[in-house]
Design a protein around this ligand. Sequence first.
Ligand code: Q9C
Ligand code: ZN
Length: 341
Amino acid sequence: MLTFFSEDSRLRQARTELHDGALVSPFECPERVDLVLEQLRQAGFEVRAPDAYGLEPVCAVHDTSYVSFLETCWQAWQTAGHSGEAIPNIWPARTLRQDKIPHSVSGQLGYYALAAETSICEGTFEAAMASKDAALGAVEYTLATGEPSFGLCRPPGHHAAFDQFGGYCFFNNAAIAAQHALDAGRRRVAVLDVDFHHGNGTQQIFYARNDVLFASLHGDPDVTFPYYLGYADETGAGEGQGFNLNYPMAPGTSVATWMKTLEQALSAIKTHECELLIVSLGVDIFEGDPISAFTFKRDDFIALGKRLAEAGLPTTFLMEGGYAVEEIGVNVVNVLQGFEQ
Ligand code: Q9C
Ligand code: ZN
């Protein structure tokens, strides 16, 4: 399967993630792409550099002030004289004003962040640009040829909302790709999110719309990140009513139960007459993932790919999470090879 990847994805090399009350080396590290690339090459898959698509497709789904904030945050943080990486420590929480965007970078960080684990550092904006270019290259290829493709996006995207970053995500690559397909004339696109974590950003961006069907299988937010979105009763708003489908599952859920739940999501995708399938491919559903709690084994990823192929739709896979670095490449390539079998 043709893969799109931009080397600039490596430009984000954060040193810190706030994890369990300590600053640790980030789970979402650049080595992740090395292992995926190695397995792709071993499988004989071609890897292509995407074109640079600029900011227009980003601003089609994100707030322009948010995008400017991401572009300037690191410089502003340094100018303010801070020694560490940029991490928010105050938010417009329920009891504070929601309508002020402070001038100070510290105030803006809280306004534009939905979580504190994701530090902003040098190269973060450039890597986010590279990541969405991989997504756009992949989706354009599928739109042009009908053939499947893989966007090796890094950093991931599905937690990024209209004007918020977090959960290792800055630009919502799946949303950018889905909107690009609509702008190219597709009438309805399905985004199927199989990452262990709920795709809160993708849900939020399309929640009131019926041209994107969002379906997500994930760890129950009652007990896992992102905690405040991803429940089964979130079914869409207004015109988008019925176009948002959440399938939260308990930690430790068996692969058999997960695959049965996938049938429900695929059956909805079928009845809603989607013309393109974008798969938010997080392989953090792997049993060995250090921050997740589903039970996929290596070979289960082959079965997943096979089942997705049976949906019979033009399909673009976009990389999301997956932090068991040793196995990430095998698990990703197993999905793609299973799809092609
Ligand atoms: N520090 C994606 O998989 N925090 N993001 C979990 C570990 C955030 C995961 C606790 C997890 C975000 C794209
Ligand atoms: Zn995840």
